[in-house]
Design a protein around this ligand. Structure first.
Ligand SMILES: [Zn+2]
Length: 152
């Protein structure tokens, strides 16, 4: 049975229960704290999407830690959101990822993700030298207005 909540491991190097192919713990951890937070249903969907696409997903950003008590321990992007709105962004839920693809692969990724019908938030950054596609599975119960699409 899938856990619907965020699973948080503060010492992911010692984490023994990471069963997702194609994605390493190192590329999924919060780049500020080193913590690994993830959502099982999201990860299953991500692996399915990866297999349907058939090419590698360079992970630009997955988990970003948001600490509501010790706000300074948060990933800088989440800290800004906490300070501005009192609420963390989708990456703090383990249900959001930025995938560094462009052009044809960005097209295939978007078409495949939308066909799956589970991804509800889509962000498109396709200019300059750091192009990526954001995908998340957040919804109203997470406090997000979905479905939606935005550009950066
Ligand atoms: Zn994102």
């Amino acid at each position: 049975m899938q856990n619907e909540e965020l699973i948080l491991e503060e010492q992911p190097v010692k984490y023994l229960d990471w069963n997702y192919p194609y994605f390493t713990v190192n590329e999924m951890v919060c780049q500020h704290t080193g913590y690994l937070g993830f959502n099982e249903r999201f990860m299953d969907s991500l692996v399915t999407l990866r297999e349907k696409c058939g090419f590698g997903f360079p992970v630009t950003s997955y988990y970003r830690h948001a600490d509501y008590i010790n706000i300074g321990n948060s990933h800088p992007i989440e800290r800004k959101k906490l300070e501005a709105t009192g609420k963390a962004g989708s990456h703090a839920s383990g249900k959001a990822i930025d995938i560094g693809v462009d052009r044809e692969r960005a097209f295939i990724l978007l078409r495949t993700a939308m066909d799956m019908g589970i991804f509800t938030g889509i962000g498109v950054n396709q200019k300059g030298n750091s192009r990526f596609i954001h995908l998340d599975t957040c919804n109203a119960s997470d406090g997000f207005t979905r479905p939606t699409i935005w550009s950066y």
